[in-house]
Design a protein around this ligand. Structure first.
Ligand SMILES: *Cc1c(COP(=O)(O)O)cnc(C)c1O
Length: 428
């Protein structure tokens, strides 16, 4: 039953000659688990197929966007119809107004929305807007939260080393991160304390309202309440980074589950239906500070391009049906129970919100980065490769969430649980 990865392995060697590390985004390399990445030939529904002809049940879903499954017929049709009319104009189209209206209808805190091309651009632009709007410099982010790779946000950004305001990456200057304050996630006392000392200097707080980028970590209610209270009192802009959670944990995002109204929200991943698109939006009074309505600069040659807006309109149209999220919840709870049972006595905890979840090799629930760091990543690597051999494609790091799509069936979930039972059976 041993699967061959020979063609992937050859392809990876060729890629490594011409692309740094052989990949165009580091999460795709198997750095954290060892081995060489699987090269994809094609994908359909819940499955991906590699160059060697192996089929996998896919729980990455392009790291989030594929909530309806791969190559969804409606999305393909929308993109094909848009493409024949031209792939980019650099001039406005009505499809942009249409998708803006869909987003505003889904996420009530958003009154106006601007389209960009990646989640990185969305968070970077939202931070600039918050600073321009408040006339303040400082921002707060949380250790283990990832907001893309803009310099000021590339501190304590998930799986890399998390030290106080020390940049994660060479090339990020101390100047670029000097106004970034790092706090632990889920710690309301720390928030109260920093706001009592520095509240009037803080332009924005940005957070993942359910974390995906240190694995799935669930926020505590008091943490969320205190954040909203303190930012309101201080006139600080509260930014919900829902690039991952938007249209994933619920149609209206994490904020709709939590009953919190942020000032700005960033979206990405699902909103582009698998094409490069992202967005940021919020209160009209703040959003109208963006050029050309206001004077905060932000632009993009391909922003709101017709292919991405067509895909986004198609996917959001289908997601407006609550039955989609009911099914995702049903599949999610089936998988959570099954993995929990399969892992048995191995120290572990499973965190899940809807169709987003992580099996942590940690005896305690993971609530912040310090706890996440205590996970047994060697056990994760062993689990990952055992599952891959059995045709289950999981995120290749303990610190990434897995995603279920609407295309997964209860049989797929059962097959996944059986694979996990086999993997854990000979584990001592
Ligand atoms: C993926 C992600 C980003 C970055 O989006 P890109 O499109 O990869 O630039 C930002 N924030 C969160 C929460 C994300 O999950």
């Amino acid at each position: 039953m041993v699967r061959s990865y020979q063609k992937s392995s050859d392809a990876f060697a060729r890629a490594t000659d011409v692309i740094p590390g052989g990949v165009n985004s580091p999460a795709r390399a198997f750095g954290a688990v060892g081995g060489t990445p699987v090269f994809v030939d094609h994908a359909e529904g819940a499955y991906i197929f590699d160059l060697d002809g192996n089929r996998y049940i896919d729980y990455i879903g392009s790291w989030g966007p594929m909530i309806l499954g791969h190559a969804h017929p409606k999305v393909l049709k929308a993109v094909q119809e848009a493409a024949v009319k031209g792939t980019s104009f650099g001039a406005p189209t009505e499809a942009e107004t249409e998708i803006a209206k869909r987003i505003i209808a889904a996420v009530p805190s958003i009154e106006k929305v601007r389209f960009v091309n990646s989640g990185t651009e969305a968070t970077m632009s939202a931070i600039r807007l918050a600073r321009g709007y408040t006339g303040r410099d400082k921002i707060i982010k949380f250790a283990g939260n990832y907001h893309g790779h803009a310099d000021s946000l590339l501190v304590a950004a998930g799986s890399s080393a998390a030290t106080l305001s020390v940049p994660n990456s060479p090339g990020v200057t101390r100047g670029a991160t000097g106004d970034t304050i790092i706090l632990p996630y889920n710690d309301p006392a720390e928030i109260r304390s920093i706001f009592s000392r520095q509240g009037p200097e803080i332009s924005a707080v940005i957070l993942e309202p359910v974390v995906g980028n240190m694995g799935c970590v669930i926020p505590e209610n008091e943490f969320l309440q205190v954040l909203r209270e303190e930012t309101t009192k201080a006139g600080t802009v509260l930014i919900y980074d829902e690039v991952m959670t938007g249209f994933r944990v619920a149609f209206g995002g994490a904020q709709s589950l939590q009953g919190i109204t942020p000032d700005l929200t960033t979206l990405g991943k699902i909103v582009g239906g698998g094409l490069p698109a992202a967005a940021y939006g919020g209160r009209a009074e703040i959003m109208d500070h963006i050029l050309p309505a206001g004077d905060v600069f932000q632009a993009g040659t391909l922003s709101g391009n017709p292919l991405a807006t067509a895909a986004g309109n198609a996917i959001l149209g289908d997601l407006a049906n609550p039955a989609v999220y009911e099914r995702l919840e049903m599949l999610g709870s089936q998988l959570q129970d099954g993995l929990d049972r399969a892992a048995g006595k191995i120290p572990h905890s499973v965190a899940r919100v809807g169709s987003m979840m992580t099996l942590f090799f940690s005896p305690e629930p993971v609530t912040n980065w310090a706890k996440a760091e205590q996970c047994n990543t060697h056990q994760f690597a062993r689990y990952f490769h055992g599952m891959l051999q059995r045709g289950i494609y999981l995120p290749c790091s303990q610190y990434e969430a897995m995603f279920i799509s609407h295309a997964h069936t209860t049989e797929d979930i059962e097959a996944t649980i059986s694979a996990a039972e086999e993997v854990f059976a000979d584990w001592d």
